[in-house]
Design a protein around this ligand. Structure first.
Ligand SMILES: [Zn+2]
Length: 466
């Protein structure tokens, strides 16, 4: 087993995006399908909404929560759970006491648009009218915990407007007009400024990046930019240094987010790696080192994170199971059973199945020249079978000890034109070199960014010494 479990695994960006997509869907599901208790409340509001809203307002005028149980209330009659009752009391105290025609309601966990409407004293018929007014108006149902909805009612208690800020960059508004409700969504375009930051690693990249003021996203971007040259699970040492120039999104002087990393330098064990973002004439953006060489490689360095090399490539060694001198045509990575194994490059799985002493095995053909093999797997990842296409970094299976194997490890082979080579000694081919015709244009961007990092760094170091 490996000791370097502190640093997080490095996944290619597509996976992070996929993962956050899943998280987003999950959190959305949580908002759409709140707990049963709230479901109950919602049903009941639909049953008897206009009454209950009025009732809530009256209670608010009269007294504090304690009197509520004495009064016959549509809530008390229909809901059996005590829990729902206390929630109702809370709801009542949320109401602002100053102006009955204005309600500022903060979305709480479990709220739905109907519970929010009820808190504003609005009934189910109004809710339906709003939601049916336009397709866009349904955006109102996408509630975020903490979001504030400002309601304005007219003197008859009819809804006039709803305003809500979704984020620093986005707000929505609903207003009643002659022909019903109109929905508007306003997106503020932030100013983009550039910022410099620098950090020295003393325990993990994530902690030092946090200290340097980098967001989680920017830190992941930084790790991805250098992911082909630096193995963030294994290579990071105390004293490693990073610095970057990145885009900062600003609205009226306030930072509301970050954009892309424009340039970066990472010094790993004394060796400096540089990165510059460049958008080519076709509009595709990619990172190159300061001299314009591509940073992306056709193959990633290690197919498993959190692993230790337990056996190297050799032309003759004693096989631990067969006890005969045999060549070891690959590299063994010892890792706990179940550790994900990633495809080293884009390609097609020519095999995903059992293969004698190799046990559960995946073979990937990468174009004409290259082939990689992954053996002794515990099992295959979902969707990976013979004939399927795989993406670089995609999880294809999990470390195990199937076939002729003495313990959980990945046996990894690399072939060039049908000949086994040592994957560790391979000079891995680069992908997408910068076009010759764009080299000059690239250098016009790269040079000033590198110079700016140099000068910012000196300034920062001088300040720190004082
Ligand atoms: Zn092996």
């Amino acid at each position: 087993m490996t000791s370097s479990t502190k640093a997080p695994p490095l996944y290619p960006k597509s996976h992070i995006l996929a993962a956050s997509g899943v998280a987003a869907v999950l959190s959305l599901a949580l908002l759409v399908f709140p707990s049963r208790e709230v479901e109950a409340q919602k049903t009941l509001i639909n049953l008897d909404l206009d009454n209950s809203a009025e009732h809530a307002l009256q209670q608010d005028d009269n007294a504090s929560g304690e009197s509520t149980t004495n009064k016959p209330s549509p809530f008390a009659v229909t809901v059996e759970s005590d829990n729902a009752d206390t929630q109702r009391v809370k709801t009542v105290t949320d109401e602002p006491k100053v102006d009955p025609l204005r309600h500022s309601i903060r979305v709480q966990s479990g709220d739905t648009l109907s519970t929010i409407f009820a808190k504003a004293g609005l009934g189910a018929s109004t809710l339906h009218e709003v939601l049916n007014s336009s397709k866009d108006a349904k955006q109102l149902t996408r509630l975020k915990v903490g979001q504030v909805l400002d309601f304005k009612l007219d003197s008859d208690g009819q809804l006039k407007t709803i305003n809500s800020k979704i984020s620093d960059l986005e707000s929505i508004a609903l207003a009643r007009g002659d022909k019903g409700f109109t929905f508007k969504r306003e997106v503020i375009k932030p100013d983009v400024e550039t910022a410099y930051t620098r950090g020295v690693i003393n325990s993990s990249l994530f902690l030092s990046a946090k200290r340097a003021g980098l967001s989680h996203n920017l830190t992941m971007d930084l790790a991805n930019v250098f992911g082909y040259d630096i193995d963030f699970a294994m290579d990071i040492r105390e004293g490693d240094e990073f610095e970057l120039i990145y885009e900062k999104k600003v609205v009226s002087g306030k930072q509301v987010g970050t954009g892309n990393i424009l340039s970066a330098r990472f010094t790993n064990r004394g060796k400096a790696f540089t990165a510059v973002r460049y958008t080519n004439k076709q509009g595709n953006s990619s990172y190159y080192n300061a001299n314009g060489e591509s940073m992306r490689k056709a193959f990633i360095r290690t197919p498993v994170d959190f692993a230790r090399i337990s056996s190297r490539f050799s032309t003759g060694r004693r096989h631990p199971v067969l006890n005969k001198i045999r060549a070891h045509k690959g590299v063994d990575y010892a890792a706990p059973r179940g550790t994900p194994i990633k495809a080293a490059g884009d390609g097609r799985a020519t095999l995903a199945g059992r293969s004698g002493g190799y046990g559960n095995t995946v073979v990937i053909q990468h174009g004409q020249r290259y082939r990689t093999l992954y053996a002794h797997m515990n099992g295959f990842a979902k969707g990976v079978r013979t004939g399927s296409n795989v993406k670089q970094g995609q999880i294809i299976g999990y470390v195990g000890t199937t076939g002729l194997s003495t313990g959980p490890h990945l046996h990894y082979e690399f072939q060039v034109n049908g000949v086994h080579v040592d994957p560790l000694s391979q000079k891995l081919p680069m992908a997408d070199p910068i076009a010759k015709s764009e080299k000059a244009r690239f250098m016009q961007i790269s040079k000033p960014l590198m110079a700016k990092m140099d000068s910012e760094r000196s300034t920062m170091l001088a300040l720190n010494q004082r």
